[in-house]
Design a protein around this ligand. Sequence first.
Ligand SMILES: Cc1cc2nc3c(=O)[nH]c(=O)nc-3n(C[C@H](O)[C@H](O)[C@H](O)COP(=O)(O)OP(=O)(O)OC[C@H]3O[C@@H](n4cnc5c(N)ncnc54)[C@H](O)[C@@H]3O)c2cc1C
Length: 292
Amino acid sequence: MKPPRFDYATPTTVTEAVALLKQHDTEAKILAGGQSLVPLLNMRLTRPGILIDLGRIPELNYIREADGAIVIGAMTTKRSVEDSDLVKSRQPLLHAATVLIGHVAIRNRGTVGGSLAHADPAAEYPAVAVALDAELRAMGPNGARSIKAADFYVSYLTTALEPTEILTEVRFPVLPSGAGWSCMEVARRHGDFAMAGAMVTVTLARDGRCSAARIVLFGVGAVPLRAAAAEQVVIGQKPSEKVFQDAGQKAADAAEEPMSDTHASAEYRRYLAQVMTRRALAEAVSRAGRAA
Ligand SMILES: Cc1cc2nc3c(=O)[nH]c(=O)nc-3n(C[C@H](O)[C@H](O)[C@H](O)COP(=O)(O)OP(=O)(O)OC[C@H]3O[C@@H](n4cnc5c(N)ncnc54)[C@H](O)[C@@H]3O)c2cc1C
């Protein structure tokens, strides 16, 4: 199918892009890598009057370390993240999640900002952002603002961004030294969206007890789901299969309303939440052990 007619603008600065968004308001749609938007256009599930292509704004394309975080411009491609030695060494959870996204061709075009803003509940980046307590930066007609990842995801494909705002940057805080991490998911085929998955970070105290943990599920609800009750099962305990199993059960309980579709039933997704949490905790703890 072909998309409906639309106008097309190619701003070269963020200021120019925001002015265009303000001018066209809800008629406008931002185009980043097009890996989600173009199929939606072709299927006529969205009919913007104008596409504002961010692809010619160099100031949105960078990866650097600053103030204890890996800072990434919204138009940086996933392939650049995958190839980045800085990400590999300083933010390995982000790197591990990146290589699970689609295929190389998709990661060549798809952007970090596009994935975060599209807010697919089964996507890896929104879950990594919540797991790492990332901060997202947006620019709109009233200036710049920061939004915590946990507040950014509102509902299915819906974020806290205003229609006239552009996501410009994401800051992923670097994990404390010795922290362990894991990203586990189940997809039907390599490159498919996950049916469900879990992102986990853990820190171990000197006595081997778990002093901090974050567990975030994806693919089991409308937004990335922080499994706080599961975290509480782990914190203060010496890691063991029993602790991981109990935490997995709490994570499954937290997944109150997983979707049922042709890929997986709600019941199966809840089961995956339990298994992925258990396995991700075990892997994260094994990494924390090695790093301590
Ligand atoms: C076959 C296939 C398999 C895939 N598998 C996966 C997968 O396993 N995991 C996964 O996470 N994704 C997967 N994807 C989706 C892919 O990661 C997309 O790249 C991503 O969802 C959107 O990024 P994009 O840069 O292409 O954005 P676009 O498609 O250009 O835009 C997506 C949406 O975000 C908005 N947007 C984009 N950038 C901004 C911005 N800076 N500020 C505000 N709004 C913005 C757009 O207006 C649009 O609504 C897959 C895609 C395909 C085609």
